[in-house]
Write a protein that binds this ligand. Structure first.
Ligand SMILES: [Zn+2]
Length: 190
């Protein structure tokens, strides 16, 4: 069964590796980092790209989006754009794209803060933006429940008018009194 004994190879220099790689380490031949993702050996660049693609998958960011953005930045900079610069550009575009969705915005700003922190810069401004988006979500939830209350009092009015019509026609109301519209139903029975 030669297939199962196949030696792993360095993703950078393609040299055969003696030991089975299960965690991050340097290639003894070329000295580049070898990272392991789902049992596969990847270069540091490829592994970091994959990590970001997994994190941003929910925002519709694909490998194609990533490659396009990286190529565009590479042209602009005149040298190969880093993963972080590429992801930073994508995150900024997402802020514009999801501007009205505070739940998405919170996640985008959290990703921005972790990217900034990974470069040893101050993540506080982005954490503050994430917190603002979270506060807006709370406000939205509150206003949704307020409008639900208005909605259900509108239903009460509709039920009231339906029941009134039935009573006028001599029909026994089919609605059972609930705690919510008990008062109105009782009004009808007088
Ligand atoms: Zn190597």
């Amino acid at each position: 069964m030669r297939f199962f004994q196949r030696k792993s190879k360095c993703p950078t220099c393609n040299s055969e590796l003696i030991d089975k790689q299960t965690r991050k380490q340097k290639c003894p031949h070329c000295g580049n980092e070898i990272l392991v993702r789902s049992g596969k050996l990847l270069t540091e660049d490829e592994a970091l790209t994959l990590d970001w693609l997994v994190r941003l998958e929910g925002f519709g960011v694909t490998r194609y989006t990533f490659v396009q953005s990286r190529d565009r930045l590479t042209d602009k900079f005149g040298k190969r754009a880093s993963i972080n610069d590429t992801i930073w550009g994508i995150l900024n575009q997402l802020v514009g794209k999801y501007g009205a969705d505070n739940s998405a915005l919170e996640q985008i700003y959290r990703n921005m803060s972790s990217l900034v922190a990974s470069e040893g810069k101050d993540p506080t401004p982005y954490l503050a933006e994430a917190e603002k988006a979270r506060q807006r979500q709370i406000q939205e939830t509150q206003s949704i429940s307020t409008s639900l209350e208005e909605f259900s009092s509108e239903i009460d009015r509709i039920l009231y008018s339906m029941v009134t019509k039935q009573v006028k026609k001599g029909i026994q109301p089919i609605l059972r009194p609930t705690r919510r519209n008990q008062k109105q139903i009782r009004l009808i029975t007088y």
